[in-house]
Design a protein. Structure first.
Length: 198
């Protein structure tokens, strides 16, 4: 019996990588990204030492950015100079959230529009990303149609961790009176799928 590419598919060194390998990072790009990863990893380490419920619940919202870039580098899922730039932007966003959470703040939790969030998988304890498109009419004080009546959740196949292109697509959704919950991939830099949310 033959599977996929044939018998050679069973020899690890000969298996065709899917997705194909991305670009080889220049020394300067790799050094810059790894430096950003180290800084964010240190902030995450500090946050993990806290045991207050607020930090524990919101930590995945920071860790998704660290995991995305770390895996993008590890599995060579950066395919262009633009992807490298996007990876740097993702690290900056993760660091911004980490800095805020270290001060006991989480401004992204009241943000409108596309909001990338994270949760910890009960299966393997990894952080997984998801996206929410929060309509301008939403408030947490029970004053919007969403809170007074019923919460409509739209499930959308999308990649909200992506940079501009996908963000624009999601902003065109009809989200008046609805929160759009997107099932996401860790596609923060325009690369093919490496791991999926549950």
């Amino acid at each position: 019996m033959l599977w996929a590419d044939g018998l050679q598919d069973n020899i690890p060194e000969k298996v065709r990588p899917v997705p194909p390998l991305g670009i080889e990072l220049s020394d300067s790009d790799k050094k810059e990204l790894l430096s950003g990863v180290d800084v964010l990893r240190e902030s995450v380490k500090q946050l993990r030492q806290r045991d207050d419920v607020y930090t524990v619940e919101l930590l995945p919202d920071v860790e998704i950015f660290l995991r995305a870039v770390t895996q993008g580098i590890k599995y060579r899922e950066l395919f262009s100079a633009r992807d490298v730039k996007n990876a740097a932007n993702v690290l900056a966003e993760g660091q911004k959230r980490a800095d805020a959470l270290l001060k006991g703040e989480a401004p992204w939790t009241s943000q409108k529009g596309l909001v990338v969030r994270g949760f910890r998988s009960r299966i393997d304890r990894t952080v997984q990303p998801y996206g929410l498109v929060i309509p301008d009419s939403y408030t947490d004080r029970g004053e919007s149609l969403i809170n007074r009546h019923m919460l409509t959740v739209l499930f959308i196949e999308a990649h909200p961790c992506c940079a501009a292109r996908k963000t624009k697509d999601l902003r065109r959704l009809p989200t008046v009176g609805a929160v759009a919950l997107t099932r996401t991939d860790v596609q923060i830099v325009g690369s093919p799928v490496r791991w999926r949310s549950e």
